[in-house]
Design a protein around this ligand. Sequence first.
Ligand code: NDP
Length: 307
Amino acid sequence: MRDVIILGSGPAGLTAAVYAARANLKPLLISGPLPGGQLTTTTEVENFPGFSHGIMGPDLMAEMRKQAERFGTEFIEKRATKVDLSSSPFKLWLDEEMLECRSLIIATGATAKTLGLAREWDLMGFGLSTCATCDGAFFRDQEIVVIGGGDSAAEEAMFLTKFGKRVRLIHRRDKLRASKIMSDRVLAHPKVEMVWNSTIVELLGDRKSGITGAILENTQTNERSEIQCNAIFYAIGHTPNTELFKEYLPLDENGYIIPAANSSATKVPGVFACGDVQDHVFRQAITAAGSGCMAAIEAERWLAHHE
Ligand code: NDP
């Protein structure tokens, strides 16, 4: 029986682990399918405070893990396959193995949707990105492409106009899904050029030169053409990793966990959520880390109260 089990090993889960371990709760952290989380798929991180010269995403996560280990966090490099949150102690399974805990911190993150193109994962972090806030500044005065038509795409395109010479927003239909205010704003921006009824079918470039362009396909005529660019940002939505919890926790219409206001507490007492699994607004490493800290402190207080 554990006091605290943490699910997920991104900035939220590892920060929760540092705090829980320092509070002597001997947390067990289940790493999940992508140890280190989304930051392991990026290259340089320039906006995490404390690293004035930037740090590579995988190195940042390795440092966070070492910090959590230093205070006694135990790690299991597996993914949770089932949970039972119907009563305390909570149960979770790693395939056949069953674990029990008094409090659970869910930090399973969200997965950015991708187009599923060949070499996508090879080029991720080399001109291909799913986060404009993270990587936009690397493409000053360059040709930037954004894929998507929702609020994220509109917001990312607007943000990227600060850096790019031109931002081409490629959408598979002839009307944006984004809210009217965001659509009006992005359509009126002098640096944004719309490419309607189109999608990308091939990425051009390699790890050495980065993204150099893409092959576009018109979704109505199937006609193909080549465009040149230095960066491609996917903004076609995220999928929160909440499949395991949907039976027990209320989720919003996009599948995100809804914690209590100004808290990481979920509807199930003793179960806390932090990081991107409950945040579709900020999605930053630093906000995830902050919410991981909140979850660990709240779990500690909850355990003390229910001892
Ligand atoms: P959405 O699901 O709203 O939009 C995804 C967009 O990507 C759609 O335009 C969709 O096209 C397109 N798309 C999806 N799959 C593909 C594909 N395989 N190929 C090409 N295009 C594809 O996701 P968002 O992340 O934009 O928004 C999620 C939620 O978060 C929404 O509720 C949104 O309002 C909210 N949000 C709010 C913000 C704000 O208020 N500032 C900022 C960001 C998000 P199609 O339209 O054809 O389906």
